[in-house]
Design a binder for this molecule. Structure first.
Ligand code: BGC
Length: 475
């Protein structure tokens, strides 16, 4: 029995992109300025100092990209709608009809090609006016603007879109995109430090969780009965293993799981509607939800999206040891290197498909087998290799097939996995790494005016895999 035949007929085999990473056309057709337009103009923020206008031109080339998706044969395509392309200042004061037309045309073309859209409403790019209106998610008014944006999207695209994701990596948003926090990803514009900035990730997370839940309730009550879609939320899934069997390391590992994963999932999926108990014990200041809010948050999802790239080995800190990031400091844990291969060279990726299997088992046991959609999984080209070698990306094929095997095993054990997504369709803007790290199944020639896309060997591999899957099920 080949690997592809181990996946059930309704399983989604997808690939993904995000608006800011591919679209370009930042001033075109009424789009407003976003946080990332601002970040790219700040000297030294982007690793390769690339031109702030450089992109895949995905907005102009969407027809070509849909043809590429059809060639690979994916059942679903995950992309995000740029909030500032629809609402230039983030509020309903101006609705940009050209933005709406673009995403409708994209969805229509996808459907003509039998590809189901999976839409993320927030993938890291916030209208700058919203960010500056009281520091992103710290201001509840901004959360209400996002709820209205989501509602508008249900009205405008809900006939075409049947799978929605509110936030991409809500945990990463909390730590990286609200304020600059020591040792964390820095994914927001440079601004003067605010009061209590160390507490901002917790307050931001609480607001986002409530916002997500309100969007879910709105969809569930007002749109689902006629549109028949599902709505979930995506969390970064970096699973943690204890470095040794010692009690201290096991406890540190449990805390790391809370800080890195359960923090932004447990309120939704557990019966408590609240942050993990251990977190409340260590951080007495974290915001409290009212009973009414807990009721709104509890169970507010149809599935949980997980972006899985790697796992961590974790130990307890030694006496007086200084943590290298605030989350490690708050949670009381330290990462240990050496367990998994660096298959892309000296980068942050580790080849850890065992962690994917573990996290799927963990969700099955801890969260009552809630459906899981793996909304991202992938790796970059090997750093330092010749451009020509990038097309022969055997390491990526090994990476993807290793993780697909883990998913097949999880399915066999009864884990409720509903889909798998390769990140990403094509090389694109890799946030603060610029164009230095390339995750694409397809190469993009950024030097050519046409931004020519060319399938790498891994794209052919995925195409064959999906073909075998479809043939087996007679799709
Ligand atoms: C993000 C993507 C990003 C990828 C690789 C994920 O955390 O959602 O936007 O490109 O990681 O770094």
């Amino acid at each position: 029995m080949s690997l592809a035949t181990k996946f059930p007929k309704n399983f989604k085999l997808a690939t993904a992109t995000a608006a800011y990473q591919i679209e370009g056309a930042k001033d075109l057709n009424g789009r407003g300025f976003s946080t990332w337009d601002a970040i790219r103009l700040e000297p030294g923020r982007i690793l390769d100092n690339s031109d702030p206008d450089l992109s895949c031109d995905g907005l102009l080339k969407y027809k070509e990209d849909v043809a590429l998706l059809a060639e690979i044969g994916v059942t679903n395509y995950r992309f995000s709608i740029s909030w500032s392309r629809i609402l230039p200042d983030g509020t309903l004061s101006t609705i940009n009809e050209e933005g709406i037309k673009f995403y409708r045309d994209l969805c229509l073309l996808l459907k003509e090609n039998n590809i189901e859209p999976v839409v993320t409403l927030f993938h890291f790019d916030m209208p700058l006016a919203i960010y500056d209106n009281g520091t992103a998610w710290l201001n509840r008014e901004n959360c209400e603007h996002f709820e209205k944006f989501a509602d508008l999207c249900f009205q405008k695209f809900g006939d075409l879109v049947k799978t929605w994701i509110t936030y991409n990596e809500i945990n990463c948003q909390a730590w990286g995109s609200i304020v600059k926090v020591e040792g964390e990803f820095w994914l927001c514009p440079e601004r003067p430090e605010i009061e209590n900035h160390k507490q901002a990730p917790y307050f931001g997370a609480a607001n986002m969780l409530l916002t997500h839940a309100k969007i879910y309730r709105n969809y569930d009550q007002n749109y689902k009965p006629t549109q028949h879609g599902i709505l979930g939320i995506t969390n970064g899934g970096r699973f943690c293993f204890p470095a040794t069997d010692s009690q201290e390391d096991i406890e540190a590992c449990n805390r790391a799981r809370d800080w890195l994963f359960n923090f932004t999932i447990e309120p939704i999926l557990s019966g408590s509607g609240d942050f993990p108990v251990l977190m409340r014990e260590r951080m007495p200041f974290i915001p409290k939800f009212s009973e009414e809010e807990k009721e709104i948050i509890k169970g507010s999802t149809d599935f949980i999206g997980i972006n899985y790239y790697l796992s961590f080995l974790v130990r307890a800190p030694k006496d007086g040891e200084k943590a290298s990031s605030q989350s490690q400091h708050d949670g009381g844990y330290v990462f240990v290197e050496g367990k998994w291969d660096k298959i892309c060279g000296e980068t942050w990726i580790r080849y850890a498909p065992d962690g994917l299997l573990k996290i799927l088992r963990y969700v099955k046991e801890k969260y009552a087998n809630t459906p899981v959609f793996i909304t991202e999984n992938g790796c970059m080209d090997i750093v330092g290799q010749d451009q020509e070698d990038a097309f022969h990306d055997q390491h990526r094929i090994d990476y993807i097939s290793g993780h697909l095997e883990a998913v097949a095993k999880a399915l066999d054990e009864g884990c409720n996995v509903i889909g798998y997504t390769v990140w990403t369709l094509m090389d694109n803007f890799e946030w603060d790494d610029g164009f230095e790290l390339k995750f694409g199944l397809c190469e993009v020639d950024f030097e050519s005016p046409d931004k020519t896309r060319t399938m790498k060997k891994s794209a052919y591999f995925y195409k064959e895999f999906i073909k075998e899957f479809k043939d087996f099920h007679g799709i």
